[in-house]
Design a protein around this ligand. Structure first.
Ligand code: NDP
Length: 254
């Protein structure tokens, strides 16, 4: 895919990092977006350049339109016309429905929903004249199955699912495909530290149909597929990458 350009939001660590590295391995020039974690983003760029790839780290709060416009301009100036946008940046609020404040609710929706609206709109406006583009949103299985103490997060990811479908309808006539990847529980630095207690981790692994958490590379593989011609008739889809976790009923067997 030499010559193609991919922008991955929130790629300084975790799932976004794995996606950036995977696209770079396919010879995409990759823009590694972050908001604060400059050292992490520069480490990803260094790794890509280390195997001969092209990459750029770029700071922007993806919930801020002016910052996103500036980012798009720099990415296209430095790397070339954007072909792929991966909307990965996201935050999790672990708080009960009753205790969630207005500000926390709004911050969750600003980052997880409004940012995808803004970033996709700005990217689509650039892709439309060229008649080609791919947008992949990273949602979550929490967008279709609820979990306690995640009301704002689950609601925001449900919104991402519907936004994916609605955008897919309107952008298809312009040659732009829009899909989402809904991960289960993946081995990110954040999840690893939450599961630092071996007993807790073992109890989660026991519950997983595949007996383990997901690897960020497994998510990246699904994103790469959806952003390729191999997925040419897949549009508005939510591809679940959870090892079967959300297919399981919580009830014990009779
Ligand atoms: P991390 O918390 O590890 O990383 C989040 C990334 O997003 C960081 O690079 C962070 O950069 C960036 N970011 C956050 N807010 C903004 C913003 N406003 N503008 C730009 N960048 C921002 O996330 P994960 O890898 O765990 O998750 C990535 C995505 O996958 C999220 O959308 C998440 O909801 C989803 N997901 C993750 C799962 C998991 O198991 N980890 C499961 C299901 C879904 P900085 O620190 O610089 O702000």
């Amino acid at each position: 895919m030499a010559g193609e350009v991919a922008l991955v939001t929130g790629a300084s660590r975790g799932i976004g990092k794995a996606i950036a590295l995977r696209f770079a391995r396919e010879e995409y020039a990759v823009a590694v977006n972050y908001r604060q974690d400059r050292a992490g983003a520069e480490e990803v760029v260094k790794e890509i350049r280390g195997f001969g790839g092209r990459a750029l780290s770029i700071a922007a709060n993806v919930a801020d339109r002016a910052e996103v416009q500036g980012m798009m301009e720099s990415v296209e100036k430095e790397l070339g016309p954007l072909t792929v946008l991966v909307n990965n940046a996201g935050i999790v609020l672990r708080k009960s429905f009753l205790d969630t404040t207005d500000e926390e609710w709004e911050e969750t929706f600003r980052t997880n929903v409004r940012a995808i609206f803004i970033t996709s709109q700005e990217a689509a406006r650039r892709m439309i004249p060229r008649g080609r583009g791919f947008i992949v949103n990273i949602s979550s299985i929490s967008g279709h199955v609820a979990v306690e103490n995640r009301c704002a997060y689950c609601s925001s990811k449900g919104a991402v699912h519907m936004m994916t479908k609605a955008m897919a309808l309107e952008l298809a006539p312009h040659g732009i495909q829009v899909n989402a990847v809904a991960p289960g529980i993946m081995e990110t630095e954040g999840i690893r530290s939450l599961m630092a207690n071996p007993e807790l981790r073992a109890s989660y692994e026991k519950y997983m149909p595949k007996g383990r958490l997901g690897w960020t590379e497994e998510c990246a593989e699904a994103v790469l597929f959806l952003a390729s011609e191999k997925a040419s008739y897949i549009n508005g889809a939510i591809l679940v990458v959870d090892g079967g976790l959300s297919s399981r009923q919580a009830l014990p067997r009779l």
